[in-house]
Design a protein around this ligand. Structure first.
Ligand SMILES: *[C@@H]1O[C@H](CO)[C@@H](O)[C@H](O)[C@H]1NC(C)=O
Ligand SMILES: *[C@@H]1O[C@H](CO)[C@@H](O)[C@H](O)[C@H]1NC(C)=O
Ligand SMILES: *[C@@H]1O[C@H](CO)[C@@H](O)[C@H](O)[C@H]1NC(C)=O
Ligand SMILES: *[C@@H]1O[C@H](CO)[C@@H](O)[C@H](O)[C@H]1NC(C)=O
Ligand SMILES: *[C@@H]1O[C@H](CO)[C@@H](O)[C@H](O)[C@H]1NC(C)=O
Ligand SMILES: *[C@@H]1O[C@H](CO)[C@@H](O)[C@H](O)[C@H]1NC(C)=O
Length: 417
């Protein structure tokens, strides 16, 4: 038995190995499909002599049975006991016994397979990596996934998975990459998700609802993308728990309400802040002027009002400042002439600036500005919907949000390869 230090180093090496394997995966896949019928005979390991490969064999055969369509023939050679030569299946020495080979990775990215995940997936307990990006897998995530205690990367993105957030992933001790975007998961996100040591939290383009959990733990994620869901409520002040790592916060196209919390200004590493196409009210917090690394600030299509202050317009790293389709009525100092900031892209249309072209009508502006928002009166507690509600309710929510591609491009699901 290796010491825990050695085994954690081995784990890292294994992951690097697998990442390398999956880089060359397309070549491998091409090779495999050319020799689909005969290569497994040349393999020396027999699953009978290696019970872990035998378990993997049972699991992979069950998985093959759960596939309805495999137009690119990825699983055509999933025949016979030599699982290590199956297309998309990668073996490596076991972490606890380098003498034996185990199935350590499955990479079926872009296979366009239709099917579901069988319970037998729990038998693949040596897996460190599962990549299923861009397939047509449906149904729910089996509870037996909890048995995959070495899992490091899980990419389920761009499939047809349904059901609540797959909480089975939460106890997985070494999970670092989790990508579930572009599925049909629904309901709330469990707060425990934010206590995990994850590199990124991609949950965009699902059907998640309820609040962003107010009891966020100390998260380690550098990217959080919630776009294109149905999250309501306000952005909780506890968002500041992400301060030590968060670089991109993308909340586009939800139903967020309330005021922007001052605590956003504590996210000192932030490069991208995109809250566009929500129903957020109130002013831009002064604290945002402290975000020295902020490159993109997108506030478009909300119900923000008040002054666009010079602190925001002078942010040193800013490349793109978009605050169109709000109810701002005054621009301070240099904000009045942003063309003088070379290299800054900006969009201030459809607000209530009296001197500027392409603004809202006086009637529309008056109706709104008659009901000033008091953020202190409606602090975001996270619990009961929080945030300010306004006299004009949801009347100004844009009917159809335009297509928006933020810097992080969460709309093209990449995979961790
Ligand atoms: C998959 O296999 C079937 C049957 O052998 C064949 O007709 C089809 O062209 C193959 N598809 C690809 C993408 O190789
Ligand atoms: C979990 O994995 C072990 C082997 O590590 C296996 O014996 C057991 O059957 C698996 N359990 C499930 C539920 O798949
Ligand atoms: C906005 O979100 C809704 C529902 O969550 C979705 O149907 C719609 O396609 C999204 N809009 C864009 C532009 O992605
Ligand atoms: C805005 O700034 C540019 C460049 O500094 C300058 O040429 C222009 O006259 C200014 N416009 C107004 C309205 O002040
Ligand atoms: C809007 O309010 C301003 C100042 O209160 C007033 O002068 C103007 O007539 C109003 N316009 C409309 C269309 O209500
Ligand atoms: C600025 O950002 C907005 C919102 O993300 C985007 O729609 C726009 O294309 C960007 N402008 C430029 C010139 O890159």
């Amino acid at each position: 038995m290796a010491s825990s230090l050695v085994s954690s180093l081995t784990a890292r090496t294994l992951v690097l190995l697998l990442v390398n394997i999956s880089f060359s995966f397309n070549n491998l896949a091409a090779k495999h499909s050319n020799h689909a019928t005969h290569h497994h005979r040349f393999h020396s390991h027999s699953p009978k002599s290696n019970p872990r490969l035998h378990q993997a064999y049972i699991a992979l055969q069950a998985w093959k049975k759960a596939i309805y369509s495999d137009p690119k023939n990825f699983t055509t050679n999933w025949v016979g006991p030599s699982v290590c030569s199956y297309t998309g299946v990668f073996c490596a020495p076991a972490l606890d016994d380098p003498e034996i080979k185990v199935v350590a990775g499955i990479d079926l990215n872009s296979a366009d397979i239709a099917g579901f995940l069988p319970n037998e997936i729990g038998l693949l307990s040596d897996l460190a990596l599962i990549h299923l990006n861009s397939n047509r897998f449906c149904g729910t995530i089996p509870e037996t996934l909890a048995n995959l205690t070495l899992l490091y990367e899980l990419d389920l993105s761009n499939n047809r998975f349904v059901g609540p957030f797959p909480s089975v992933v939460l106890p997985l001790p070494t999970l670092y990459y989790l990508d579930i975007r572009f599925n049909e998961f629904e309901g709330p996100l469990p707060p425990e998700l934010f206590n995990k040591k994850l590199d990124a939290i991609f949950v965009n383009d699902n059907r998640f609802t309820k609040m962003i959990p107010p009891n966020l733990g100390l998260s380690t994620a550098s990217v959080v993308v919630f776009a294109n869901n149905r999250f309501g409520g306000c952005i909780p002040p506890t968002i500041s728990n992400f301060a030590n790592t968060l670089e991109e916060l993308v909340l586009i196209n939800n139903s967020l309400t309330g005021c922007l919390p001052q605590e956003l200004g504590y996210l000192y590493k932030l490069k991208v802040l995109d809250v566009s196409s929500n129903s957020i009210v109130g002013p831009i917090p002064y604290s945002l002027a402290g975000l020295a690394h902020l490159e993109l600030l997108n506030l478009r299509h909300n119900m923000l009002s008040g002054i666009v202050s010079e602190g925001v317009c002078l942010l040193p790293s800013l490349k793109n400042l978009t605050f169109s389709y709000n109810f701002f009525c005054e621009e301070q100092g240099i904000c009045q002439n942003l063309t003088s900031r070379k290299g800054l892209k900006y969009d201030d249309r459809q607000n209530c600036f009296p001197e500027k072209p392409l603004q809202r009508s006086a009637k529309e502006c008056n109706a709104t500005l008659e009901h000033p928002v008091d953020c202190f009166e409606h602090p975001c507690t996270g619990a009961g919907g929080g945030g300010a509600t306004t006299a004009f309710g949801t009347a100004f929510i844009p009917a159809a949000a335009p297509a928006i591609v933020p810097v992080s491009s969460p709309f093209i699901p990449p995979s961790y390869t």
